[in-house]
Design a protein. Structure first.
Length: 149
């Protein structure tokens, strides 16, 4: 491996580490509030630039990989470095996807719990209206249980 390839690999690894930091910050709820003390310009930069930087980083790393293979069969050191760089480059993607999946599953659980509570509320409304004898209460509670959060 030439010294230029080593320098490129170090720069790609550094960019991957920065993107991992951005991914961790992006998925942290306190980062988006003023509680953590992050400046607004930095939060906006992470929000706007994260995905384009991920695409650019992946494209440049793909070009580096293709260029390494076009020169001939890469040596073991270069193959090891390429595998490590691709692993580092994939970590921010996996972090974002894992957090999005956890949020989705948590929302689905809350929705299921909310539907169970709405069912309990309807049952209580039917019982109360049957006991008290007012059907208007039953209809108002049914309308309120249809509102999603």
């Amino acid at each position: 491996m030439r010294w230029g390839e080593w320098l490129e690999a170090i720069l790609y690894a550094s960019a991957s580490i920065v993107l991992i930091g951005f991914a961790l910050l992006k998925e942290e709820p306190l980062f988006w509030r003023n509680v953590a003390g992050w400046p607004v310009w930095f939060r906006e930069f992470v929000r706007i630039a994260f995905h384009p930087l991920m695409v650019l980083h992946g494209a440049l790393l793909a070009a580096f990989t293709v260029r390494a293979f076009l020169r001939g069969v890469p040596r073991l050191a270069l193959l090891t470095i390429l595998c490590g760089l691709w692993l580092l480059a994939s970590l921010p993607v996996f972090l974002s996807l894992a957090d999005d999946l956890l949020e989705y599953l948590d929302d689905a659980r809350l929705e299921l719990d909310g539907n169970r509570d709405a069912g309990r509320l309807k049952f209580a409304a039917h019982s109360a209206s049957a006991f008290i004898g007012c059907n208007g209460l039953d209809e108002r509670i049914n309308d309120q249980s249809r509102v999603s959060i």
